[in-house]
Design a protein. Structure first.
Length: 754
């Protein structure tokens, strides 16, 4: 709702109230409209101030409402117009946040005062929409087309100081914003009512109010009504807009909202306000019904739902308390360790960074300092807080004794079980008993690592993604003995590092890599059967992935998987003589990646892999004629009949096998809901967010179709168990293809939090 109050000095205060973020539900909108009408009808009210409860103006329209079947009721756009038309000055007092529809309400007000720590923005684009309450028409009139286009197409939040520079707010205050808003409202009242009074003091007050408001005498509000303002012209508007469109399209990678945001702002430059608003509405409705908005809004809530973690044994976020991390340590300063140290420093956690010897330490130290300097450059003034040259904040050592008093250690050494166990044994003897011992591993067994310590309840997996200071995902893996406090602490740490932590169970590859395995496997099988790396990558990139499986493999290095397969006895010296080239343990196996590695083709780092590069370390992938003839010879050698494989088959075999593994993971309780898998894939594996993640995508394709396709491919490839439909998928189809939020109630495992 919105609370209406009168203060003694003729200012009506309307306070938006809908905890926790004062989202503009229909009830809030109705109360806001009632408040405005009441203030208008009361002759003793001379000005209105709108603010939000609990130090937050508003996070915008209630996102839940967009997916509710009943969307009738008062619309926000007309309400913003109503505010703007008011004959009594309306002031917005912005504290905390004014986002989306919240900022649009503020744009309807005649004056805006913001607290210095407030943040503002129009993030609708990030949930697949555009500012649909006339914001695409008012904002460019206020701050100009380039700045408005930037805010609307990126959805970025800006601090109050930047808003002041842009002219988005009139005043930034450090003190109580509501009081400042009332003070301004009182000055405005004085400006209106004292116009014709001739005392010197009143004339001064009037002058002050006019300077403050920029309103000429006798027309106190006209120029403050943004709908009446012309769009600030650019000398080269057309050229500017064409360039901007190219940029927006490039960054959107198949997501509709940025381009439609652009179109709405373009309409503001070409049409009168009312027509622009009409265009905004049309474009808004296209987005609202596009499916992408639904996917992006699902992703928004999924990211919040995974914060409410549970484990198979019933531990959960409700009962577990995170422990404070006053000091942390990182072991190993390779690529991952450097990124992890950087993330911790940025989170203001003092760090001890440890390497095995002085040479490695010096190399690692240089690399970390370089990363931190780059981060500091990006942060500008705020960088002072990093203070990373201070040894109390960041210390480098080769001495394990330096780890005695840390609260948490993140081991980030080479992916080798024996080495990790040796380190954990050492840590167990050195660290204080309450210290949490985290292992950065992408696949290894957490329980086995924990078995090397005397307090396995403190051991937990923290799977960072490369580059660790950039990637948002942190897969948090609990073992058999991991304590709820360790999970809660790791989740808290993820938040401090501005990452999204997802709690999952312990199995080979955990969630992300376990689902990735069948996807990559299918991609390689497709090469055997007739595709080329560039065909497969193109299909996957057209779907919206940032990078296809072969470009990805070249980037990560083919040697990583090769080492792991050698370790598993799938290739290399330990392979029993007589093992068929294309079969392991009775299943289909492709030795293609091993053969490339044997040729020294490790990907970008060697200048050759699935593609060729301009040089070792080069980044521009070009199709490689050598690889094409190598594939032909390989097919001849193994008498594989080549066929044309269409895009549909490429997409389905890669994605449906990945999704199928997702259903197995859910059935086993390794993740407690489909939203966990989706958050992992969006934030760690480049799954296009506007397709909602693999499990959401499955729900949009329809589970019966996924099942039928898997059955078809499985019959064609009986030696590929990953294509055999998961029992849980079959169960869901038999249960009538229930909506995603009901899946877990059919699993016999835990329930989804969505
Ligand atoms: C606000 C935040 C920055 C806060 O972050 P923080 O980390 O502090 O906290 P959380 O993110 O965990 O959030 C706490 C809590 O609040 C929930 N929540 C947050 N924002 C919203 C919201 N806007 N709506 C609902 N719920 C919200 C969140 O889920 C958490 O809940 P939990 O249960 O997990 O505790 C951060 O939350 C944030 O960034 N929020 C989103 C901000 C945003 O995107 N705002 C834009 C919203 S969309 C909008 O405003 C649209 C407008 O332009 C108006 C459009 C006009 C509408 C017209 C509609 C007409 C439709 C009819 C068309 C007819 C055609 C037809 O029928 O076919």
């Amino acid at each position: 709702m919105a609370q209406y109050a009168r203060n003694a000095a003729a200012v009506a205060v309307i306070r938006l109230r809908n905890p926790p973020v004062n989202a503009l539900s229909l009830t809030v909108l109705q109360a806001l409209e009632d408040g405005l009408k009441r203030a208008d009808a009361d002759p003793s009210v001379k000005a209105v101030m709108i603010c939000g409860e609990n130090g937050k103006f508003s996070a915008g329209a209630d996102i839940q409402g967009f997916s509710s079947p009943k969307r009738q009721g008062i619309a926000l756009g007309p309400l913003v117009s109503l505010i703007e038309r008011s004959e009594k000055p309306v002031v917005a007092a912005i504290e905390g946040i004014a986002l989306g529809g919240g900022l649009e309400v503020a744009l309807g007000c005649h004056f805006r005062v913001a607290h210095v720590q407030a943040r503002m923005g129009l993030p609708e684009v990030t949930i697949g929409l555009l500012p649909g309450a006339e914001g695409t028409q008012r904002l460019p009139r206020l701050i100009g087309v380039p700045a408005a286009l930037d805010l609307i197409t990126t959805g970025r939040h800006i601090p109050a100081t930047e808003a002041l520079k842009l002219g988005l707010v009139d005043e930034v205050v450090e003190e109580n914003t509501v009081e400042a808003g009332i003070r301004l409202a009182n000055k405005l009242i004085a400006s209106v009512s004292l116009e014709n009074v001739s005392s010197k003091e009143n004339r001064e007050l009037c002058k002050h109010a006019r300077i403050l408001t920029g309103c000429p005498a006798g027309q106190p509000l006209g120029p403050r009504r943004l709908s009446l303002k012309p769009i600030p012209r650019l000398p080269n508007m057309e050229a500017f807009l064409s360039e901007a469109l190219v940029k927006v399209k490039k960054q959107a990678r198949g997501c509709l909202a940025p381009e439609l945001c652009f179109q709405a702002v373009k309409a503001a430059t070409e049409q009168p306000f009312a027509d622009g608003v009409q265009r905004e509405r049309e474009l808004f409705n296209i987005l609202l019904t596009s499916g992408q908005a639904q996917a992006l809004q699902y992703a928004f809530f999924a990211e919040r739902a995974v914060q409410r973690w549970t484990t198979l044994s019933g531990a959960s976020w409700k009962s577990a308390s995170p422990q404070p991390i006053r000091r942390a340590a990182v072991i190993g300063l390779g690529t991952m360790g450097r990124g992890i140290v950087t993330s911790l420093v940025k989170a203001n956690i003092p760090v001890v960074a440890l390497e095995q010897d002085v040479e490695y330490l010096n190399t690692g130290r240089k690399a970390v300092m370089l990363l931190l300097e780059r981060e500091a450059m990006k942060m500008g003034q705020d960088a002072q807080s990093l203070d990373f040259h201070n040894p109390a904040r960041l210390q480098f050592t080769v001495d394990f004794d330096g780890l005695r008093d840390v609260d948490l250690v993140i081991e980030a050494v080479f992916e080798n079980m024996a080495l990790k166990k040796e380190i954990f044994k050492k840590l167990s003897g050195i660290c204080k008993p309450g210290a949490f011992l985290c292992t950065n591993t992408s696949a290894l067994n957490i329980d086995e690592i924990a078995s090397a310590t005397s307090h396995p309840q403190q051991v937990i997996g923290t799977h960072f993604f490369s580059p660790a200071h950039v990637m948002r995902l942190l897969e948090i893996i609990y073992g058999r003995h991991t304590s709820p406090a360790a999970i809660a602490t790791a989740m808290q740490l993820a938040k401090a590092m501005k990452k999204v932590g997802v709690v999952v169970g312990n199995c080979f590859g955990f969630v992300g890599n376990r689902m990735m395995f069948p996807y990559v496997q299918q991609a390689v099988f497709l090469l055997e059967e007739g595709s080329r790396p560039e065909n497969v990558d193109q299909v996957i990139e057209d779907f919206g992935f940032k990078i296809g499986p072969f470009r990805m493999s070249d980037l990560a290095g083919l040697d990583v998987g090769w080492r792991s397969r050698k370790g598993q006895g799938l290739t290399g010296a330990s392979l029993p003589p007589g093992t068929p080239a294309r079969q392991r343990h009775g299943r289909r196996y492709s030795p293609l990646p091993d053969l490339l590695c044997e040729q020294g083709r490790f990907g970008q780092k060697t200048g050759k892999g699935w593609y060729q590069y301009e040089k070792a370390g080069g980044r521009t992938a070009r199709p490689d004629p050598w690889l094409h003839s190598f594939l032909s010879e390989y097919r001849d050698t193994h008498q594989i009949k080549t066929r044309f494989i269409d895009q549909e088959e490429i997409l389905e075999r890669c994605l449906f096998s990945l999704i199928n593994e997702g259903f197995n993971i859910l059935a086993e309780g390794i993740a407690s809901g489909p939203e966990h898998l989706d958050v992992i894939y969006i934030n760690g594996y480049g799954w296009p967010k506007h397709k909602g993640g693999p499990m959401f995508y499955a729900s949009t394709v329809g589970l019966p179709r996924i099942l039928a396709k898997l059955q078809k491919y499985s019959e064609a490839h009986p030696d590929v168990p990953e294509l055999r439909p998961s029992a849980f998928l079959k169960k869901l189809v038999a249960a009538g293809n229930p909506p995603l939020k009901e899946w877990m109630s059919c699993s016999g495992s835990q329930s989804s939090k969505l």
